[in-house]
Ligand binder design. Structure first.
Ligand code: SF4
Length: 361
């Protein structure tokens, strides 16, 4: 059953330098209980689209529709949005230190989230807050409930955010860079925690990240974004095994293979474009090793990739021209390792990939 449907969403911000085209014609769906990973570099429109769905971009020019559980989120009143936010859709924000209020104890902040949507007593809400802190594996929850955010570590603050988001068992959880700035061990613990919470309350999730390793661990479906548009979309298995779009290939090739590989990584050359002055045609063409004349003139829409069921890519490149590179094999091995919970995998030298990626005119 489709829980969330985003249709042709466009978000722009008028500024004194020009119009920032943050999101351009974005469409996707999330089924109940499903996890969608949204991946891309900073400024690709990932967070802006999530905030827009929740009515948290009041200064933006917005077109399109966002239908959640049969209701168009873009047409709801502030009061109706308030009833949905926190209860039916919850969000874990990027930086827990700035998302949590520094003047209030974490237990009080969780209680407020509960009492805003239910009529439980203060004492009951405190009891629920302690249970939630226990659920997210915070040690000594009956003591930590009275801690201020600055008294907790980064990992614990993020767990508090997760506890708050899960307080009312939302139908959809949006996690915006939930593991940024955390060390690798805490990252892995938090992603596992999110996955187990998802199973427990049977909610859908949108995980926004620039880390394909995070997506490999948790997502059913992946949407790769570039310059405010969807570049590629497929189920996670297809995206990692039959990568089509050169940008996705670039992201995969720039992943560190493992701690034991001594080969250099393959960065994507150049910088993301200005969203005020976008390149003509395909916005990725100035950085794309496969760019053709047509790419500079025409903007590709998402098209079905030949032979791939539900595999869409905004690229004119025929599948047979994509070829198979060592870099993609590297990411494939990393993906397989992540799926099996393995960390140390010997990988082929990614430097050789430069020669193996077909060079196109
Ligand atoms: Fe590269 Fe052209 Fe595909 Fe854009 S459409 S990603 S420039 S090959």
């Amino acid at each position: 059953m489709t829980l969330l449907k985003v249709d042709n969403l466009t978000v722009s911000f008028p500024t004194s330098d020009g119009v920032v085209q943050a999101v351009r014609g974005l469409s996707f769906e999330v089924e109940a209980g499903q996890t969608l990973g949204i991946v891309g570099e900073s400024g690709s429109g990932k967070s802006v689209s999530a905030l827009t769905m929740l009515g948290l971009n009041p200064g933006a020019d917005i077109t399109g529709s966002v239908t959640f559980d049969g209701r168009d989120m873009l047409r709801l009143s502030p009061r109706e949005l308030q009833q949905i936010r926190g209860a039916d859709i919850a969000m874990i924000f990027q930086d827990p230190l700035s998302a949590l209020h520094p003047h209030f104890r974490v237990g009080w902040q969780i209680r407020e989230a509960i009492r805003a949507h239910t009529d439980v007593s203060n004492a009951e809400a405190r009891h629920m807050a302690v249970d939630l802190l226990r659920l997210v594996n915070i040690p000594q929850p009956d003591r930590r409930v009275d801690a201020f955010p600055h008294e907790l570590s980064g990992g614990m603050r993020q767990r508090v955010m997760i506890a708050m988001a899960l307080a009312l068992k939302p139908k959809l959880l949006i996690a915006d860079e939930p593991t940024t700035a955390l060390d690798a061990t805490v990252q892995a613990q938090l992603m596992e925690l999110l996955a187990s919470m998802q199973r427990e309350v049977d909610m859908a999730m949108i995980v926004i990240t620039h880390d394909l390793g995070v997506v490999a661990r948790i997502a059913d479906k992946v949407q790769v974004m570039y310059a405010g548009r969807a570049a590629e979309m497929a189920d996670a298995n297809t995206l990692f095994h039959q990568t089509h779009h050169p940008y996705t290939r670039g992201l995969l090739a720039s992943l560190p293979g493992s701690a034991i590989t001594s080969s250099r990584l393959l960065p994507i050359v150049g910088q993301p474009p200005s969203l005020i002055n976008l390149p003509s045609g395909c916005a990725f063409h100035p950085r794309c090793p496969f760019a053709m004349d047509r790419c500079m003139r025409e903007m590709p829409s998402l098209m079905a990739v030949e032979g791939g069921e539900d595999h869409l890519s905004a690229c004119y490149l025929p599948r047979e021209m994509v070829g198979v590179s060592v870099a993609v094999d590297t990411a494939r091995q990393r993906y397989a390792a992540d799926k099996q919970g393995l960390r140390a995998v010997r990988l082929p030298g990614v430097a050789a990939a430069r020669e193996e990626v077909p060079a196109l005119a």
